[in-house]
Design a protein around this ligand. Sequence first.
Ligand SMILES: [Zn+2]
Ligand SMILES: [Zn+2]
Length: 339
Amino acid sequence: MRELTFIEPHRVEFRERPAPRIEAAGEALVRPLAVSRCDLDFAIAAGKAPFEGPFGLGHECVGEVVEVGSGVTRVKPGDRVVVPFQISCGACERCLKGQTGSCKSVPKMAAFGLAPFSGTEYGGAVADLIKVPFADPMLVQLPAGLDPVAAAGLGDNAIDGLRTVRDALARAPGAKVLVAGGGAASIGLYAVAAARTLGASEVVYVDVSEERAALAERLGAKAVVQKYDDALKVGRFPITVDASSRAEGLKFCIASTDVSGTCTSVGIYFEDVALPLLHMYTRGMTFVTGRVDLRRDLPAGIELAQKGWDLKTVATRVVDWEHAPQAWLEPSPKLVIKR
Ligand SMILES: [Zn+2]
Ligand SMILES: [Zn+2]
């Protein structure tokens, strides 16, 4: 079968590899129908992340179950499902605590489409088939009303955006939210959309990109197009989200976080970044970072999407399967490959 493969920066192509087969109880084969490009995927393709090829690409996907192994009872062939990008067994002590991004039954950071993280190739989703090792605990049915193209991001970035604001808004209903956009392009936009759906009274979005700022406005934010520097001031917010992937953006977010506020950073920093700890201490703020626990939060994300969380506006570019290798290298806030 064909699989979209990262070869080296600025070079991805379809390569042949053996199709996966059911080999053990509990597994399922899924045919991806819509695969969206994760913000990290674009950084990898552009050579901005320390990843070496070749490895299969794509880890945000909605697909159709085509075959299940013995013991699988929650999904059956023909079901449309959201596939969490992280591999999780659902039964180890961490999975049982909801730490599904750190399952003890698989190598650390085991995921589809990101083999260099774990050292194990689970396959990329821009392929004819992927094998889900723990079908029952991992796969979640896609409700009939949700479009696979819009919903593909629920496999990773959309849920990552949701968790930056969900708990903080539950603690402070109606609070104002600041999102600093940038490298985690779609995560910042998903966060804007989620904050609006969850009742934030105001969402301010800052970015150097006019395209992303315009999208944020369509999603209900007040957008400010400006680069991150010490002169940039937009007020103080009880909830701030750093999706900039830039040290200056992170600094701006921390400076804009109000007393006792929460700043969540989802921009991956591959190098150490200094934090103004005295400022953070005296303001009594909470700083949150870390990987999402995708499978744990997925049902809540699907439920919110059914209540109007706008995933569709974020999916800015949709191309067919044949155009995947070229489109994968071209910038756009959110690319979706559709079968
Ligand atoms: Zn990802
Ligand atoms: Zn586990």
